[in-house]
Design a protein. Structure first.
Length: 255
């Protein structure tokens, strides 16, 4: 198991956002979190990435407890994420946005960077080559010098994924990656994530409302309802679970 969520509870005052929830994500697996708005999905992401501390329970990455660590420490452990609302630096071009993801991989000291010593230039060249490789992989190399926010919505989403891949993560967290995409872009994204999972040796945990996308992409799915797990299984098992159909998926199935 790359990620183990063990009996996580998160309360905000008198409101319990997540209640005694457990699940595991295996290496090389794409795992989906689904449920209506307010089910606790993004709260779970924020706990995994260190933005929230759980009220109780623990998070383990590669058998190491990471709950309680700060976000930058968790990034160093091998977790990267994207957000529901795309967060790119509007003043930077595509290449510059991706280079930010390599910050933790710089092989020079502050002193060497400040005085532009040889190891600084060597490391910067290596990082730029790697960034170019990631952009090429995501078919974004031709846009490297373009303003990131001038690209189409689907391309901006790919830039955000490129920046996350630059962290060299073991686990990639995607918060509604297909939101706002048209059917062609969604299909392309699903194929990209399937390919990247193997090529970058990733496990993927995603939040998504598009059930066709989930069914196409995910190996396993967990359904949350008001912070509680009500069903876990393969997409087909979840879609056909009577409680899930009744509570969440009826509209999607009828589309």
């Amino acid at each position: 198991m790359i990620l183990e969520i063990k009996n996580i509870t998160k309360s905000f005052g008198g409101v319990t956002a997540i209640s005694d929830t457990s699940f595991c994500v295996e290496t090389g697996q794409i795992f989906g979190l689904i449920g209506p708005n307010g089910a606790g999905k993004t709260t779970m992401f924020n706990i995994i990435t260190g933005n929230y501390k759980p009220t109780s329970g623990i998070v383990e990455l590669d058998k190491e407890v990471i709950s309680g660590l700060k976000p930058h420490q968790i990034v160093r452990k091998g977790i990267a994420r994207t957000f529901q609302n795309i967060r790119l630096f509007s003043s930077m071009n595509v290449m510059e946005n991706v280079l930010i993801g390599f910050d933790y991989h710089a092989k020079y000291t502050f002193f060497e960077g400040m005085f532009r010593l040889p190891r600084f230039f060597k490391s910067e060249r290596e990082i730029r080559v790697r960034a170019e490789e990631i952009l090429d992989y995501l078919e974004l190399k031709d846009f490297a010098k373009e303003s990131a926010v001038s690209l189409s919505y689907g391309q901006q989403r790919k830039v955000e994924i490129a920046r996350a891949l630059a962290v060299n993560p073991k686990l990639l967290l995607l918060d509604e990656p297909a939101a706002g995409m048209n059917p062609a872009e969604t299909k392309e994204l699903a194929a990209l994530l399937q390919r990247a999972k193997d090529d970058f040796n990733l496990a993927v945990l995603l939040i998504e409302h598009d059930m066709k996308f989930v069914n196409q992409l995910c190996d396993r799915v967990l359904v949350l309802d008001y912070g509680k797990s009500i069903c876990e299984g393969t997409p087909s098992e979840v879609i056909n679970h009577k409680d899930v159909v009744a509570a969440y998926l009826g509209d999607f199935i009828n589309d």
